[in-house]
Each structure stands twice: as structure tokens, then as C-alpha cells.
Design a protein around this ligand. Structure first.
Ligand code: HEC
Ligand code: HEC
Length: 267
């Protein structure tokens, strides 16, 4: 998205948040609403985006998130922005904390979540997690059959010789995640997947410790990442697919790696 559009999205969010009176009351931390109220009273009414009438619902207040993450948070598998609709609430919440606390770096995401309280982050995460919306058709891929087979084999079986567990052992048999905090791997853009795995490798993305994905990512070669990023977005998501319940983890496939946020969601 062009820079001015994402700037507009960010300021719209702050305007919408500022216009939500109960959001302001719920905040323990300083809020955009408080900042807006601190404006000089002489500011012309027409210049104040906070005066825009909005209904005070969470769906209204998160409208500006959808400027980047797609209508209702269902960004497609082209471009870069990750879909957030339908991901487990614990995962979404952990990411909002990760941006706020510096374990993930994206200037705009950090700017948006920095003033918000844990309670508000929870509310937004629960809202997007509750959306049960169709997925985009699979992305086209130019990968040759050998590369596709390599991608699928890594996802389903890992590479035991290198101590690499199957992605499916944590991300679910349908690869659409597992409650409470493991995300799905389908319907994400190729460029986003490559970037995230690369960031874990070089230490620009972390989850709270123990950071199992950092260990997984560090075992991947550039060829592995390419194969995964070609195969995953090219898979269809059957209608109605949801994250698996936490109880779906079969003991024989339970990974040896421990992941923060999966067994230890912070309140
Ligand atoms: C200016 C564009 C923009 C806006 C507005 C925006 N985001 Fe994001 N968001 C991004 C980008 C880009 C990423 C991926 C960053 C990265 O590479 O790690 C992201 C990542 C995320 C993630 C992690 C997704 C995942 O699968 O790991 C969540 C959750 C999220 N955003 C929630 C929100 C919420 C909630 C809002 C509204 C308060 C919002 N975003 C507004 C651009 C935006
Ligand atoms: C031991 C369990 C485990 C295994 C094995 C595993 N993952 Fe993950 N993965 C996770 C968890 C937990 C998260 C959420 C991390 C966080 O909260 O930041 C995650 C997050 C991700 C994300 C971020 C998704 C997003 O929306 O930003 C990607 C991409 C990913 N994993 C890819 C893979 C791939 C590819 C494999 C196989 C090569 C794999 N994972 C194997 C547990 C695992």
C-alpha cells in the first residue's frame, strides 16, 4: 500500500479510538483519546477527526486496522499484509504484545499498539479471532514439482536427520493453527512468509522465551524457505476450517520444542 494510504489508515485508527468513550475509560495507560482531549479547546471543530460520528463498537474501532489487513482483517495471499481474521486469539494477542514490547519490529504496528492497554489488546485480538470468514483462492505458484514436493515434505514430515520437526506437528494437521496460540500457515502471502522466517533466523522477530520458532527457523536453508513459501500459499483452505482445539495435539506428534504462549499464555 502507498505510504500516504497507510499513514491515513494509522491516523484514522487513532481518530476512531479517540472517539470511543468507553475505550478511553478502560485504559490504564495513556490513550490516544486522552491525547485528543488534551488538544487546545480553540482547535477548529472541522479539523478534529475525533468529531467524526462513529458507533462505539469494537468493529468500528478497529476499522483502521483493516486499511492494511484487508476488509474485516481478511487480507489475501498477495502482497505483504498478513490476514488476521480467524487466527487464534492467544496468537493475535501475543503478537500485539510482541510489537508493543519490541520483540517484533514494525514501526507502524508499534506506533498503533504502543498506547493501548493489555485489556484493549485482548479485546481486539478476541474480535479478529471470532471472525469466521471465507479464505482467498490458493495463490498461483511457478514452483517445479520437485520444489513443491520438498515444501510439502518439510511441512508434513520435517527432516528428522536435521532435527527439524514437521510444521504440521504444531500448526495442526489442516495447517490452520491450534488453539490457543499457534497460527495457521495457509492463506499468508509468500513474501510475508519469507520475511518472517528470515527475521527469526537473524533475530529480528522473537516470541517470548522459549522461542521454538527461532529454533525451527534456524534449521531452515534458503532452499527450504523458498520451497515452503511456494507450497504453503498455493494450498486451498477448505470452507469452515478453523484452528484445532488445544486437545487435538496427539502425543506421538507432540514436539520436543517448547513454545512460549502455547502453554503459557500471559493474562
Ligand atoms: C499501516 C498498516 C497497518 C495497520 C494500520 C495495522 N497493521 Fe497490523 N501489521 C502490519 C504489518 C506490515 C504487519 C507485519 C509486520 C511484520 O512484518 O512483522 C502487521 C502485523 C500484525 C499482526 C501479526 C499478524 C501475524 O500473523 O503474525 C497483528 C495481530 C496485527 N498486525 C494486528 C493489527 C491490529 C489489531 C491493527 C489495528 C489496531 C493493525 N494491525 C493495524 C500493518 C498494519
Ligand atoms: C514446536 C512447534 C512448532 C513447529 C515445529 C513449527 N512451528 Fe511455526 N510457530 C509455532 C508457534 C508457537 C508460533 C507462534 C510464535 C509467536 O507467537 O510468535 C509459530 C509461528 C509461525 C509463523 C508466523 C505466522 C504469522 O502469521 O506470522 C510461521 C510463518 C511459522 N510458524 C512457520 C513454520 C514452518 C514453516 C514450520 C516448519 C518448518 C514451523 N513453523 C514449525 C510453533 C511451531
Amino acid at each position: 500500500m502507498p505510504r500516504h494510504a497507510s499513514r491515513r489508515a494509522a491516523s484514522l485508527l487513532l481518530a476512531v479510538l479517540a472517539a470511543a468513550p468507553h475505550a478511553a475509560a478502560a485504559q490504564a495507560r495513556p490513550t490516544p483519546a486522552a491525547a485528543a482531549q488534551a488538544q487546545p479547546a480553540s482547535a477548529p471543530a472541522t479539523a478534529s477527526p475525533a468529531r467524526r460520528p462513529v458507533t462505539d463498537t469494537i468493529a468500528e474501532r478497529v476499522l483502521a486496522c483493516t486499511g492494511c489487513h484487508g476488509a474485516e482483517g481478511r487480507a489475501g495471499n498477495e502482497g505483504y499484509f498478513p490476514r488476521i481474521a480467524g487466527k487464534p486469539a492467544g496468537y493475535l494477542y501475543n503478537q500485539l504484545l510482541n510489537f508493543r514490547e519490541g520483540r517484533r519490529r514494525n514501526a507502524r504496528m508499534t506506533y498503533l499498539v504502543d498506547p493501548l492497554s493489555d485489556a484493549y489488546l485482548h479485546e481486539m485480538a478476541a474480535h479478529f479471532a471470532s471472525l469466521d470468514l471465507p479464505y482467498p483462492p490458493p495463490a498461483r505458484t511457478d514452483a517445479d514439482p520437485a520444489q513443491r514436493a520438498r515444501g510439502e515434505a518439510l511441512v508434513r514430515h520435517g527432516d528428522p536427520a536435521r532435527g527439524l520437526p514437521a510444521c504440521a506437528s504444531c500448526h495442526g494437521a489442516a495447517l490452520m493453527g491450534r488453539e490457543p496460540a499457534t497460527p495457521g500457515l495457509l492463506a499468508l502471502p509468500r513474501d510475508y512468509l519469507i520475511a518472517q522466517l528470515g527475521r527469526w533466523q537473524i533475530g529480528l522477530r522473537h516470541s517470548a522465551e522459549p522461542d521454538c520458532m527461532a529454533q525451527v527457523a534456524k534449521k531452515l536453508t534458503p532452499q527450504d524457505i523458498n520451497a515452503l513459501a511456494n507450497w504453503l500459499p498455493a494450498q486451498a483452505v477448505p470452507v469452515g476450517t478453523k484452528p484445532e482445539p488445544a486437545s487435538a495435539a496427539a502425543p506421538e506428534t507432540a514436539p520436543a520444542l517448547r513454545c512460549a504462549g502455547v502453554s503459557e499464555i500471559r493474562p
